[in-house]
Design a protein around this ligand. Structure first.
Ligand code: SAM
Length: 241
């Protein structure tokens, strides 16, 4: 699987580098195995009062070159970067989940406290020790947790996005938990996780901690250095947490 986030709409200056989006998308299709997944995290800049819509354009391009648009998920942030005066504050980005064919792996995270999912099949032990299976809807048993929805909220900022202070030399970090949750969902132990715009190495760090193989690429040598350092300190940090 791949999880990555491109530089969007020149919103930030990553040391002046540009991205050839269409070629990158085609290369991602080429290197993704049948059943593999690409998670593309992107938001839109607002230029002269109008949102660019780059996110939609890119999603449709991924479809054009052969990917399935498997799920359009939302990454909800705990706060906004810029206050809005004439519209609601912007607090989300898209997490497009593309797949090459049908996704091979889906390990759903079941951490949503459940109110509506019931276990209808009830077992009761009789006096003689035998079991009776009942289909008794009046005596429903609520399972404690169900599969979460596809809007994921993360608290961002120092100490939340990551505890690695060195990472904040990069201007646009993934929350570690967001990457962890996607890696768990779409890959298994031993699978390969790629981030072709690895930045400060959140993907490579989380893949390492989750016992996946990983490949991280970034055009900036400075960010690659940070990513390498985070790999070296990460197991140590995790033990302290
Ligand atoms: C949104 S950031 C990714 C941040 C990363 N998810 C993290 O948590 O640190 C986008 C990254 O793309 C890199 N980048 C820009 N153009 C690139 C290119 N042509 N090839 C590879 N990486 C590029 C930038 O250096 C930047 O680190």
């Amino acid at each position: 699987m791949t999880i990555t986030s491109p530089p969007y709409d020149k919103l930030r200056d990553y040391q002046g580098y540009n991205l050839d989006f269409e070629n990158l998308a085609k290369e991602l299709y080429r290197v993704t195995k049948e059943g593999g997944v690409v998670v593309w995290v992107i938001g839109d800049a607002t230029i002269k009062g109008s949102e660019t819509g780059s996110s939609f354009r890119q999603a449709l391009f991924f479809k054009e070159i052969g990917f399935n648009l498997h799920d359009t998920m939302i990454y909800q942030k705990s706060g906004f970067a810029n206050p809005s005066k004439n519209r609601y504050h912007q607090i989300f980005e898209y997490m497009f989940v593309f797949s090459k064919g049908k996704p091979k792996t889906f390990n759903p995270i079941k951490d949503k406290p459940n109110k509506t999912q019931y276990n209808f099949s009830k077992k009761r032990r009789n006096k003689d020790g035998t079991m009776t299976h009942q289909d008794d809807k009046s005596r429903i048993e609520v399972l404690p947790f169900g599969m979460r929805f596809n809007i994921w909220r993360y608290v961002t900022g120092r100490g939340n996005t990551t505890k690695d202070s060195i990472a904040f030399e990069h201007p646009a970090l993934f929350p570690e938990k967001l990457v962890r949750d996607h890696i768990i969902s779409w890959s298994n132990v031993g699978d390969i996780v790629l981030d072709p715009m690895n930045g400060a190495g959140t993907t490579t760090k989380m893949a390492y901690l989750l016992n996946r193989k990983f490949i991280g690429i970034d055009i900036s040598e400075k960010y690659c250095d940070i990513a390498r350092k985070r790999l070296l300190i990460s197991p140590f940090n995790e033990k302290k947490r």
